[in-house]
Design a protein around this ligand. Structure first.
Ligand code: HEM
Length: 168
């Protein structure tokens, strides 16, 4: 298949991946707007209910959607021969470059901060109850960080693709 056609498909996959990944984050903000801390007096049933909710939220699909976003984005940059210029923020590529750097930070945050702690919260990695509660605070902050970073990331991705005239 023609690489230009694959570029169109990659863009579509990129957008689908973004919808699945960040749709999950946005739904989470609506369902759990605030972090509800737990203390030594929190009843065990409530703790179990919270962990079960976390388990329901843990669909590997959204984590792997982030890899689809990364791979499709990297393909487009490679195929268009702008990978280096975008990453080093050269001239008009700087706008997309800022979006890409934000996207890379988001992927790293998901895989290297959120996921290792989420594994403890869910009991995939053994941890004491106290550690699991501490980890749940970290996963909350990490997830919200990505949600907030998605706002400028969306702006710079779209501005890099359609509004470079704004940036001279
Ligand atoms: C992880 C690293 C990422 C890379 C390497 C990357 C790369 C790219 C590239 C090369 C394009 C095409 C731009 C153009 O046609 O000029 C693009 C488009 C886009 N990206 Fe990303 N991206 C990444 C992450 C993200 C993230 C995290 C989001 C969501 C916040 C996102 C949202 C978008 C959107 C919405 C478009 C379509 C822009 C448009 O056509 O209006 N990307 N991305």
């Amino acid at each position: 298949m023609d690489l230009d056609v694959i570029d169109v498909v990659a863009r579509w996959l990129h957008l689908m991946g973004v919808v699945v990944w960040l749709g999950h984050n946005y739904a989470n903000v609506i369902q759990n707007p605030l972090y509800r801390p737990v203390g030594p007096n929190t009843p065990l049933e409530e703790l179990e209910e919270r962990l079960e909710t976390a388990l329901k939220r843990e669909h590997a699909i959204f984590r792997h959607a982030s890899l689809l976003v990364l791979a499709s984005g990297a393909f487009m940059l490679w195929h268009r021969e702008i990978l280096r210029d975008v990453l080093t923020l050269q001239g008009g590529h700087a706008v997309l470059g800022i979006g890409v750097w934000l996207g890379l930070i988001m992927v790293a945050n998901l895989w290297f901060v959120l996921w290792p702690h989420q594994k403890r919260v869910l009991g995939f990695v053994p941890a004491t109850l106290e550690e699991r509660i501490q980890c749940s605070r970290i996963t909350f902050v990490s997830s919200r960080t990505n949600t907030i970073l998605s706002f400028p990331s969306f702006f710079f991705m779209a501005a890099g693709a359609h509004s470079s005239f704004l940036f001279g």
